[in-house]
Design a protein around this ligand. Structure first.
Ligand code: SF4
Length: 318
């Protein structure tokens, strides 16, 4: 059983913020604990990421600069002016392959509430460049907690009349609250059901994700489909062939903006940390390490095979 958010830590400096007060009313039974700085709770090295996943606490805090970041080599850069931002750290889902396990000492969910500071910095960069592609869901799955926090909607309102594409990368199916807005990019991560069951704990089933995709298409959006990370499960060719055929039987590829795909890969330091704390066969395949990145030895063969199954539309790969 997951006892999520029975404890909420709030930085004293944001306690009287109206957004914070609104959030706290949603967790009536929770114990509220005032803290000086979120890092006092989040950063100590002696915590157990895995144990905290069973009973995640929520931390409401103020972020300090930087507020946006450029692409790294592990991210598919879908646009010239690509940036990502981190309004939230950690995720209520628990994917075996998630790099966050190796990046953060804590799995508690940090929600930054100083939206205006994020917006000011985005505004500066935007004014300079004229347009942007901004992902707000890399270090979390923001839509998974949209009913609780409404963060995606706040960002959607901020970019409304700007030439900023706002990417919501997600495994969630929580799309009802969004009406058509031309610069919101829903990017749905899909995996074969066998991968979801084994490696994507707490996430919606494949059929529910397909339904969510159909819903946003019906509202006029052109979603992105993300096959990333592709996991080398036993019989992966058969598994992925059936999976990709199913997707494009149910969804007309002409309604899709693009496909993003890539095989499992990870920074080698994070890989080692996770291997020590999570018992998962994902970390025991034959890998190669190149420039500090762990990836399948036969990555090229897997990619070639997946590409042979994809329709002829815009694609981005790592
Ligand atoms: S949905 Fe994404 S952020 Fe959340 S646990 Fe899975 S991989 Fe990590």
């Amino acid at each position: 059983m997951n006892l999520r958010f029975s404890h909420i830590y709030v930085e004293k400096r944001v306690l009287n913020d109206s957004y914070v007060q609104k959030i706290l009313t949603k967790f009536k039974g929770a114990e509220i604990i005032e803290i000086n700085h979120y890092k006092d709770r989040f950063n100590p090295y002696y915590q157990s990421f895995r144990a905290q996943k069973q009973a995640q606490s929520l931390i409401l805090a103020k972020k300090e600069a930087p507020f946006i970041y450029g692409a790294s080599e592990l991210i598919q850069k879908q646009d010239k002016n690509f940036f990502y931002t981190t309004p939230m750290l950690n995720c209520i889902y628990d994917c075996h392959y998630c790099f966050l396990q190796g990046m953060y000492p804590s799995s508690n969910l940090v929600l930054f509430v100083n939206f205006e500071d994020f917006f000011d910095e985005v505004e500066k960069v935007y004014k300079n460049l004229g347009n942007m592609f901004l992902s707000i869901s890399y270090d979390t799955d923001i839509l998974a907690v949209e009913n609780l926090f409404g963060v995606a909607k706040i960002w959607a309102d901020f970019v409304k009349n700007k030439d900023i594409k706002l990417e919501l990368r997600t495994k969630a199916v929580n799309v009802d609250g969004f009406e058509y807005q031309k610069n919101i990019v829903f990017a749905f991560s899909l995996s074969p059901e066998i991968v979801i069951e084994k490696y994507e704990k707490y996430t919606p089933k494949l059929d529910s994700r397909i339904k969510a995709i159909k819903k946003v298409i019906n509202k006029g959006f052109r979603p992105v489909i993300v096959f990333d990370p592709i996991i080398k499960v036993p019989n992966y060719k058969k598994v992925y062939e059936e999976f990709i055929k199913k997707i494009f039987r149910e969804i007309d590829y002409k309604d899709i903006e693009s496909i993003v795909y890539g095989t499992f890969r990870m920074n080698s330091t994070q890989f080692k940390i996770i291997k020590k704390q999570l018992l998962s066969d994902i970390y025991y395949y034959p890998y190669s390490v190149k420039n500090g990145i762990v990836e399948y030895k036969d990555k090229e063969e897997i990619i070639k095979f997946i590409e042979s199954l994809l329709p002829n539309i815009k694609k981005f790969k790592v």
